[in-house]
Design a protein around this ligand. Structure first.
Ligand code: 8YV
Length: 324
């Protein structure tokens, strides 16, 4: 008898076939006002959850009394309440490592686009406003040889440091909950407190997970510590920063520019000031969004769910330390 699993994000046919070979799969394309009651009813018989980009908080999961495991198609786990899942002894599986290099590519693209004003300059051409040779008004900022401060030297932070140090001769400094000797050895990275990093970095890149400890980690005071010439990059989660404080910092010249792939509200509302500021480069959360990597993440998440429902949470379990 196949166990019931609820899929709440579209996945490639090959992945769906693998899932259906193991489970009775009920599919919902996210949750909305039209399907929420059917979704909650389906939860009642569900032993496994797999998907992404939907907030799975306690009030939803209370409708899933038979839930034995959840598998998020993401490395970030903030769509779930980890302590709540642990109380019910439900493992949350996630997809670390498979997206490190692709996400680091995206973040370095953001660093380069923001430093060299690439989006602003390309739009000038497309809109017919390139009417004379480039002058001081169009100049960007050099990247090579500058100092990159990484807040959150995890797997993706390490991959960003690799690109910066080996590819652009950048000086790497970082703040983190713990020392990362590998980054210090491989990239001559310097470990320091966050305030020192903010005051001395030419580029500040935030790559922490969103946790109760990192929510609003970067706000008005932190932006004020940064150099006026500094460029701020956020590839973590929107709620790790105070977005209105960032908008003020950008409009008041507290910092030079910002490159953002994540926002407090996603999709970013079109009327957000961040969509209108020339010194803000905004991507639509495309960190891991390549065909190859998203396929690999989905296959990883499918395998994670199969393993977890077979009782094997030895790999890729985000809340293993909290489980009984
Ligand atoms: C996507 C991410 O949001 O993995 C994460 O934590 O933020 C991105 O890869 C995720 O894959 C859901 O689409």
């Amino acid at each position: 008898m196949k166990r019931n699993v609820l899929l709440y994000k579209g996945i490639p046919e090959q992945a769906l076939q693998k899932l259906q070979a193991h489970f009775n799969v009920t599919y919902f394309d996210g949750i909305n006002d039209n399907n929420k009651s059917a979704f909650l009813s389906a939860l009642a018989e569900t032993e496994g959850l797999i998907g992404a980009s939907v907030k799975m908080d306690a009030e939803i999961l209370e409708h899933a009394p038979k839930l034995k495991a959840a598998s998020t198609i993401s490395v970030g786990t903030d769509q779930y309440n980890l302590p709540y899942l642990a109380q019910r002894n439900i493992p949350l599986m996630h997809t670390p490592n498979v997206l490190n290099e692709t996400t680091a590519d995206t973040l370095f693209t953001l660093i380069m686009c923001t430093a060299r004003r690439a989006v602003e300059m390309a739009n000038m051409v497309r809109e017919g406003r390139w009417t004379s040779s480039i002058s001081e008004a169009h100049f960007g900022t050099d990247i090579h040889g500058k100092t990159l401060g990484i807040i959150g030297m995890g797997r993706i932070g390490y991959a960003i440091a690799k690109r910066a140090h080996l590819g652009f001769d950048m000086k790497i400094q970082y703040s983190n909950r713990s020392r990362k000797e590998e980054a210090e050895k491989d990239f001559n990275a310097s470990y320091m407190d966050m305030a020192s990093l903010l005051k001395t970095s030419d580029f500040v890149c935030v790559m922490t997970p969103l946790t109760p400890q990192t929510e609003r980690l970067i706000g008005k005071n932190e932006f004020a510590m940064m150099k006026k010439s500094a460029i701020f990059i956020n590839g973590s989660r929107g709620k790790v920063i105070d977005e209105s404080a960032l908008i003020d910092a950008l409009t008041q010249g507290t910092i030079k520019a910002a490159g953002l792939d994540v926002f407090e509200v996603e999709p970013l509302p079109a009327d957000s000031p961040l969509c209108k500021l020339d010194n803000a480069v905004v991507f639509p959360h495309i960190g891991s969004a390549t065909a190859e990597t998203r396929f690999n993440m989905v296959m990883c998440a499918v395998d994670n769910l199969i393993n977890a429902l077979n009782g094997d949470i030895s790999k890729n379990c985000a809340n293993k330390d909290l489980l009984k």
